[in-house]
Design a binder for this molecule. Structure first.
Ligand code: FDA
Length: 304
């Protein structure tokens, strides 16, 4: 119930505007967001690199309303890729296609992101295409396939274990050698297309994770669920899958204890690190995943 309400609030534009302008915003978001500027982001990535942790940079934003804004997102990401290259940082970039004009023109979106993928290829980085709500799944996968045809090996797709269709999507991506980040899924979806209970989502996650570990191309296991992480570790040990064939991914600020443990044991870990002013929808989805975060938030506000 609380999860549903938080996901509903995550789409409320007026509340979003008010929250993002609030003088308390930095205090609210510090745990999950690197800061407002690319400089803040780079500082966090550098610190993590010194601890042997890889990064994927995310410039916060989604659902732009003009192609000019979409071109602005592209330019921001191009500048970020150049900065990562200049600082020799081990990072990919993650983005949402609605930030690049997917609601307005699939072709413009493909061209915008195509420029980024070309830039990432030249600098030895990569582009990870986040998955949004199910109204975008087909279009997102079409663009992923289009980008992979132009620049093979430079794009990673995201698949959500809560969707019934995900096994087929994984098989199609793996057949073309496209790497996949597997996550549970963060949006509100109807029971007709998504598993409604956590137990079913977790079961499907483990099933898809094993498929990817056994026959996917450089899969990323994106979860903070300790049971799932331990199942992955047991599976790779039993099947002698070398640690350089896959990676774990987690969100910045979540389960730091588990993050440290994986790195200490010699596994590859990449953190998803957002920055920018448009933090509200991202932040609300993190609250929805763990409503106990509301208590953490309240404590921070009381201290401020
Ligand atoms: P689950 O929600 O079951 O949580 C397991 C445990 O993890 C909890 O008990 C708690 O300890 C900890 N935890 C999880 N979320 C927390 C939070 N917000 N705060 C504090 N603790 C928390 N989704 C999507 O739809 N499209 C996408 O492109 C992506 N991309 C993505 C990238 C990366 C790197 C990650 C890690 C996740 C995503 N997600 C995503 C989000 C994903 O779908 C999912 O909503 C969250 O990862 C939460 O699911 P868990 O697998 O962590 O398990």
């Amino acid at each position: 119930m609380l999860r549903k309400s938080l996901l509903y609030l995550s789409r409320q534009k007026r509340l979003r505007h008010w929250m993002e302008q609030s003088p308390l915003s930095r205090k609210l978001t510090a745990r999950f967001v690197a800061g407002r500027t690319l400089e803040d982001e780079v500082r966090v990535i550098q610190k993590l690199a010194s601890e042997n942790i890889l990064a994927t940079l995310d410039f916060l934003g989604e659902n732009v309303t003009s192609l000019t804004e979409a071109a602005g997102s592209r330019d921001t990401y191009l500048a970020a890729l150049r900065e990562l290259e200049a600082k020799r940082l081990p990072a990919t970039v993650s983005l949402k296609l609605t930030q690049f004009g997917l609601d307005l023109s699939e072709e413009a979106c493909l061209n915008n992101v195509g420029e980024l993928v070309e830039c990432a290829r030249q600098s030895g980085s990569g582009v990870e295409i986040d998955m949004e709500g199910s109204e975008y799944t087909d279009r997102t996968l079409r663009i992923v396939h289009g980008l992979n045809d132009r620049h093979p090996g430079c794009v990673r797709a995201v698949i959500q274990a809560y969707l019934h269709r995900s096994q087929e999507d994984i098989q199609e991506l793996s057949a073309r050698g496209i790497p996949v980040r597997l996550c549970k899924g963060a949006y509100r979806e109807p029971a007709a297309i998504a598993y409604p209970s956590k137990a079913e989502v977790d079961r499907n996650y483990v099933h898809l994770m094993k498929l990817l570990l056994d026959s996917g191309s450089r899969p990323a296991i994106a979860s903070h669920d300790e049971k799932i992480v331990r199942t992955a570790l047991a599976h790779v040990r039993q099947n002698r899958i070398p640690p350089d064939r896959f990676e774990f991914q987690m969100l910045y600020g979540i389960r730091r204890d588990l993050q440290r443990e994986l790195v200490t044991k010699g596994y590859r870990l990449r953190l998803y690190i957002p920055y920018g002013d448009a933090w509200y929808p991202y932040f609300m989805r993190r609250l929805a995943e763990r409503p106990a975060n509301l208590l953490f938030l309240a404590r921070n506000l009381i201290r401020s």
